[in-house]
Design a binder for this molecule. Structure first.
Ligand code: HAM
Length: 433
């Protein structure tokens, strides 16, 4: 048992996992750019108040899961690791006067978030999100555009069969009366509520709607539904979001019980689950509209909408789907040698290849040529450049490890030869056997 281990709820991403995550990061960045989102990077920590005010003090994320940093005397501030990106991005929007930029300001960020959650499968204390935010557009068309972007991202990852659940949770005009009606409904049935739900009833009655407890699920079937209590403006907005989704061919399932875990949401709310699995741990992503958040964090009243997609969970779902891992191409060449001690020559030739932009590995150990060639094949290198006696005449042997052929090539021609082979042989496109 090693003395030191990664903290509970975190994990090291070893190369295979890091490569898989990097693929999702690239997909996210490419797709977001295609839809006109610009990258932003905010600090991993903020004043705790940004999250307490933004996300809401009476939410699990703030109340139970916020990673507070031990304060240092000199700064008399309370800091917290970011549990999500939206509050920090909106803080940056206000701080940098982005309301004077052409609206909407469309921003994207992919990075690590921190929640002091109870660790379990798919629930980590440090996890990755792909986030987009469109700030300054009241919708409803942009709502549909964002949901379509999310659905395109899942498809691009290779995940088949995800379900998008959609709801409108109203706004300051219609939600308070609904919440009061809902709380009254639960109070009438308080005897049927388990302890946890009873405790939540007075503080956050909406949260009971997405309870997974069978008794509450049964009770909820008769509870008043927000979609039947929307004010005219929210109802018209919701109808139009749906019409726009239909226009772009995005399939979704209406779910009047969908409420989000963060307080800043208004109107459009959505979550994505693997088909057939709506367990609370498995949301692959979620988002919605937050028309009051900019003002809450000190800006002028400004609407906004965005999503956060959980990359760790997408990777787990891809594993479960047994999708073949994305194979990284091996090096174009491994430079090996008949004289195990001639490491300087091998290093020099590999250095020349790398300086020309080729991916090359040099065999710098002292093992025999046969072992070096075996390792080159294991690396899925396309060629072995064999440095031997011919070097005295300025030549090396180039063995095509896939075709099994070999020829003499002048060292001066090596870069050109490998470049040509790389394009004509489609290096890196074959799947490993
Ligand atoms: P969220 O629903 O709290 O929303 O998180 C979004 C996604 O992050 C979840 O659906 C899940 O896939 C992933 N996630 C959350 N917690 C964990 C965890 N402990 N371990 C692994 N994955 C996790 C937000 O964070 C909002 N900021 C989304 C948003 C952006 N709304 C508007 N703009």
């Amino acid at each position: 048992m090693p003395a030191y281990r990664a903290p509970r709820g975190t994990r090291d991403l070893l190369p295979a996992d890091r490569v898989a995550l990097a693929r999702l990061e690239r997909l996210a960045a490419d797709l977001a750019a295609r839809y006109g989102y610009h990258p932003i990077e905010t600090p991993l920590f903020e004043q705790a108040a940004v999250f307490e005010r933004g996300i809401g003090a009476v939410t699990d994320v703030v109340e139970k899961e916020l990673f507070l940093l031990a304060p240092r005397e000199e700064d008399g501030e309370r800091w917290a690791l970011r549990p999500e990106p939206t509050a920090g991005i909106v803080r940056a929007y206000v701080q940098h006067g982005m309301q004077t930029w052409p609206q909407p300001v469309k921003l994207t960020m992919t990075g690590q978030m921190f929640r002091y959650d109870r660790p379990q499968a798919g629930r980590y204390r440090s996890f990755w999100q792909f986030d987009v935010e469109a700030i300054g557009d009241p919708g409803p068309a942009v709502d549909a555009e964002i949901i379509e972007l999310a659905s395109r991202f899942y498809a691009a990852t290779g995940l088949v069969d995800v379900t998008i659940y959609l709801n409108s949770i109203g706004d300051a005009a219609c939600r308070p009366a609904y919440v009061a009606e809902l709380a009254a409904f639960y109070r009438e049935h308080v005897g049927e509520l388990p302890a946890l739900e009873k405790a939540r009833l007075e503080r956050a009655p909406l949260r009971l709607l997405d309870s997974k407890d069978a008794r509450v699920v049964a009770l909820n079937a008769t509870a008043p539904k927000i979609t039947e209590r929307l004010c005219d403006a929210c109802a018209a907005h919701f109808a139009s979001v749906r019409a726009h989704l239909d226009a772009v061919g995005v399939r979704y399932v209406l779910n009047p019980y969908l409420v989000r875990g963060l307080d800043y949401y208004t109107r459009t709310a959505f979550e994505v689950y693997p088909a057939g699995d709506e367990g609370q741990q498995s949301a692959l992503g979620g988002g919605g509209r937050y028309d009051g958040l900019v003002e809450l964090l000190g800006g002028r009243p400004t609407p906004g909408i965005g999503f956060g997609l959980g990359l760790d969970r997408i990777l787990l779902a891809l594993d479960e789907q047994a999708a073949p891992p994305a194979a990284e191409p091996g090096p174009i060449a491994v430079v090996v040698g008949a004289d195990p001690a001639a490491t300087a020559e091998r290093l020099r030739i590999a250095t020349t290849l790398r300086a020309a932009g080729l991916v090359a590995r040099a065999e710098l150990g002292q093992r025999k040529l046969g072992k070096q060639l075996e390792a080159a094949a294991r690396d899925r290198a396309h060629f072995a450049v064999i440095v031997g006696d011919e070097l005295a005449d300025g030549q090396v042997q180039v063995r095509d490890l896939e075709a099994g052929t070999q020829k003499l090539v002048a060292v001066d021609d090596l870069v050109r030869e490998l470049e040509r082979a790389r394009t004509s042989h489609h290096h890196g496109q074959a799947q490993p056997s």
